[in-house]
Design a protein around this ligand. Structure first.
Ligand code: SAM
Length: 346
């Protein structure tokens, strides 16, 4: 098949993009649905009863996802994170994990809100999932419920973190998005709670993803402020990154009781080291979290393209990539009609 949108590339061997960045990570959104309505991600006003989610036939099947994942590994992808929406609401997700885990040399992980994890943790591990990240924005039930807008209690997420650790999905990472005035008072209690637990708590600066969350720079508590707040209570020192392009900056407690991370995507953009691509629920490939458009791989898959043709398309897309949204963010760019995180995959 000859698709003029994707001109043949000279070689498919691990291309770099226009800024010299290789492709290493792929985030795959397995569903655009979620059982939470986090105010900073899927606010109920925009994702209410009338919201049109994708129909099942529009989603990539597990076979299609696995086929693409195999092709992506030829282009340098070493790590796949399943996300969404809430990945654990996709039926039989463990089957997909088993299929992906059969691809040699792949680091396989998943991000979840934890609501369905307690009963699934062992099955996920047995299917081949290596690690897991669980989102939790506060230990205070009133604050957490205000943020998830689904009346979901903190205790159930804590229980799911224990279940994940007991199943061997270690180290469990805990993601906390911080929004000023909403959960900044939860920063120190969360740090205290997870200090010495062996889990790695990561604070995420509130980002202007999508266009429904009404983001304002004033709502961002910066990574620097977060570190200062914790350091004043429990002294920290910066640790070296585990690898180039690691998203979280690592900080260690000086008393040896573990580490935390901060993801400063707003105030200290890391675009120059960004090696991530995102595959949306319906098979569009996005080369930036803040993209306004993606490349339709599903029509290649369903149009009878060979692996070689799909590979050529991916190669051409990656070579063309010049995204560095977070480095050039301005009051104007934040108003762009960006793709929602629940669709593109967080
Ligand atoms: N449902 C899963 C979950 O809750 O982890 C996976 C999808 S969620 C979109 C992935 C991560 O993105 C979560 O940790 C969530 O808190 C984070 N996130 C969502 N919207 C965000 C925003 N506007 N700024 C920063 N992080 C955000």
């Amino acid at each position: 098949m000859n698709n003029p949108a994707f001109p043949a590339a000279a070689t498919h061997a691990q291309a770099t993009d226009r800024l010299g960045r290789p492709l290493r990570d792929l985030r795959i959104s397995v569903t655009d649905r979620c059982n939470f309505r986090c105010v900073y991600c899927m606010p109920r006003e925009a994702f209410g009863k009338d919201h049109q989610f994708l129909e099942h036939k529009e989603l990539l099947s597990f076979e299609e996802i696995t086929r693409l994942a195999r092709i992506f590994t030829r282009h340098g992808v070493e790590k796949i994170r399943l996300t969404g929406g809430e990945p654990l609401v996709r039926r039989n997700i463990e089957q997909l994990i088993e299929m992906l885990a059969a691809i040699p040399g792949l680091d396989l992980t998943l991000t979840t809100n934890g609501s369905l994890l307690t009963k699934k943790a062992r099955t996920l591990k047995a299917a081949g999932l290596q690690r897991i990240s669980v989102s939790l924005d506060s230990l205070d039930d009133a604050v957490f419920k205000q943020m998830n807008d689904a009346d979901f209690p903190v205790a159930k997420v804590l229980e799911s973190i224990d279940a994940a650790a007991a199943a061997g999905l270690n180290p469990v990472k805990i993601n906390m998005v911080v929004k000023r005035g909403l959960n900044d008072a939860s920063i120190v209690p969360m740090a205290r709670h997870f200090q010495g637990s062996g889990h790695i708590l990561r604070f995420i600066e509130y980002m202007d993803v999508g266009h429904t969350n009404g983001w304002r720079m004033d709502d961002v508590v910066t990574a620097k402020q977060i570190i200062e707040m914790i350091d004043a209570q429990a002294p920290l020192e910066q640790a070296d990154p585990n690898y180039r392009g690691e998203v979280a900056q690592r900080w260690r407690y000086r008393d040896g009781s573990g580490e935390i991370g901060v993801i400063a995507s707003v105030t200290q953009a890391f675009c120059r080291d960004c090696t991530r691509a995102r595959l949306s629920t319906e098979g569009r490939l996005f080369t930036c979290l803040f993209a306004t458009a993606g490349y339709d791989l599903k029509s290649l898959l369903r149009g009878g393209a060979s692996d070689e043709e799909i590979s050529t398309a991916i190669d051409a897309i990656w070579r063309k990539r010049g995204d560095r949204y977070s480095e050039i963010r301005t009051a104007q760019t934040t108003k762009l009609e960006k793709i929602e995180m629940s669709y593109i995959g967080g």
